[in-house]
Design a protein around this ligand. Structure first.
Ligand code: GDP
Length: 459
């Protein structure tokens, strides 16, 4: 920090990091490796396990990264990694007007290259304008690879035989080419001068840990550069967050796993939460954090805390949460005017609301963010929507779809959701077709094929 810099470091939020990429490309392994390294390097208790997230403080990052990160160069407290990888949690984590994750790691398996979910993740990153870096993972599987965990990855890369480098280069340049096809100028990270304009590709192994220090270094640099106004927070102010998941918890009833990105929430606060039908006004019953593994005996996996400040992951137990939605806002009322807080929650929900037409398909998704991503993709494909909601496919969705005059619109598109048994039965009777998938554009492709089939049959 320079002498003229008057910012109070405690008022800068910990950057929130999400990990995206195709299934099996190593997202979970990479997160585990980062967490594991942090546990090894840190003294006991140095990293804090949150609900849904892991906080790695700056001093631990700089220990892991060795010479690469000088803590004096940074005024950020560290990084908060969202524990659930994939675009599910990324799209859930939204604040008004955009993604809540400040930066993302896109994991690509060097053997497998770009796959459908890689492209989908890129699309989401593009739309939300989230800066990201690419972790080109599993370099240890390149035949002949000579492991060296202690050197920066560019030195390790240079020290490989020509043959090994050629093999790896082929994969790396394919990834760089794919990124370029999608409109991103990318290069191996040690050749990137300006991370704001170019995507750095960091070869890593989530298995051996090679490249992980480099990855953390680039992420700290990116966060520092992108430090924007939203990252200056009012720590003592009333908390603001987003629901990651709505869960039943034994002894606590319905709880919401929340990422708090501004202010503080206390165990005696009144809160307003976005619900399926209207904002829910309720009083916090308990704030819960996971108990350290060693302390779990027969009692609850959770321990109660009095308050937490942003950025944190916290489980909130409160009455009336049954209708809370993943992706919905959570706001603490405290000494504010309650109507004003309700208005803010409503405005945030309206921001995500999907425009519906008189006729069209029914869309269901697991979170508000993914519902929005679905609606955008359907808009691009010029498919009208009659109803868009968070939740599993239920009989009443079938009733809505069955009233469509146009046979092509007697359809329900479910993203990352289940179909309830009654709904399945009713769909058969009412001649409604239900499509479900975990990849948005595959789901839309399936629907388009179905429409083509109907059109051909009509000719
Ligand atoms: P995810 O679905 O993206 O979360 O992928 P996982 O982290 O579950 O990894 C999928 C498989 O790849 C697992 O069997 C991992 O052990 C393996 N894997 C992940 N990263 C690496 C790596 O860097 N090297 C090797 N050899 N295997 C890896």
């Amino acid at each position: 920090m320079s002498d003229t810099d008057t910012r109070d470091p405690t008022s800068l939020r910990t950057p929130i990091v999400a990990v995206l990429g195709h299934v099996d490309h190593g997202k979970t392994s990479l997160l585990d490796k980062i967490r594991g390294s942090a546990v090894i390097e840190g003294e006991a208790g140095a990293i804090t396990q949150h609900i849904g997230a892991t906080a790695v403080p700056l001093d631990i990052i700089s220990t892991i990264a060795g010479d690469l990160v000088d803590p004096d160069d940074f005024d950020l407290p560290g990084l908060l990694f969202i524990d659930t990888p994939g675009h599910h949690s990324f799209t859930t984590l939204r604040s008004r007007g955009g993604a809540l994750a400040d930066i993302a790691i896109l994991v690509v398996d060097v053997n497998d290259g770009f796959q459908p979910q890689t492209l989908e993740a890129l699309d989401i990153l593009k739309r939300s304008q989230t800066p990201f870096i690419v972790a080109a993972n599993k370099i240890d599987t390149v035949p002949g690879w000579n492991e060296n965990e202690d050197s920066p990855i560019n030195d390790t890369y240079e020290s490989q035989s020509d043959r090994v480098r050629e093999r790896l280069d082929e994969s790396l340049y394919e990834i760089i080419g794919n990124l370029s096809d999608e409109g991103f100028s990318a290069d191996l990270y040690w050749r990137v001068q300006n991370f704001q304009r170019n995507v750095g590709v960091v070869p890593v192994s989530a298995m051996t840990g090679e490249g992980v220090p480099d990855l953390l270094t680039v992420m700290m640099g990116l966060s520092q550069r992108y430090m924007k106004e939203e990252m200056e927070i009012d720590v003592a102010g009333p908390g603001v967050g987003t629901v990651l998941e709505v869960k039943e918890e034994k002894g606590f009833g319905t709880t919401i796993d929340t990422v708090l990105y501004d202010g503080t929430i206390r165990a005696d606060d009144q809160i307003v939460v976005g619900g399926m039908n209207e904002p829910i006004v309720t009083d916090v019953r308990a704030l819960l954090q996971p108990r350290p593994l060693a302390e779990i005996r027969t009692e609850s996996r959770f321990e109660k805390v009095d308050e937490v400040s942003a950025a944190s992951g916290i489980k909130i137990a409160a009455p009336e949460l049954a209708d809370a939605m993943a992706g919905a806002p959570v706001r603490v009322v405290r000494d504010r005017d309650i109507d004003e807080v309700i208005d803010e929650v409503q405005a945030e929900l309206a921001d995500i609301a999907v425009d519906t037409a008189e006729e069209g398909v029914v869309v269901k998704a697991d979170t508000l963010g993914s519902l929005e991503a679905m609606a955008d993709a359907l808009d691009e494909a010029e498919v009208p929507i009659v109803r868009a909601e968070v939740g599993d496919v239920a009989p009443r969705d079938v009733s809505v779809a069955s009233t469509a005059e146009d046979g092509k619109q007697k359809a329900i598109l479910g993203f990352n959701v289940d179909v309830l048994d009654d709904a399945e039965q009713r769909a058969e009777i009412e001649d409604v077709t239900i499509f479900t998938d975990e990849v948005i554009y595959q789901l839309i492709e399936e629907y388009e094929e179905y429409v083509e089939g109907i059109e051909q049959a009509q000719q």
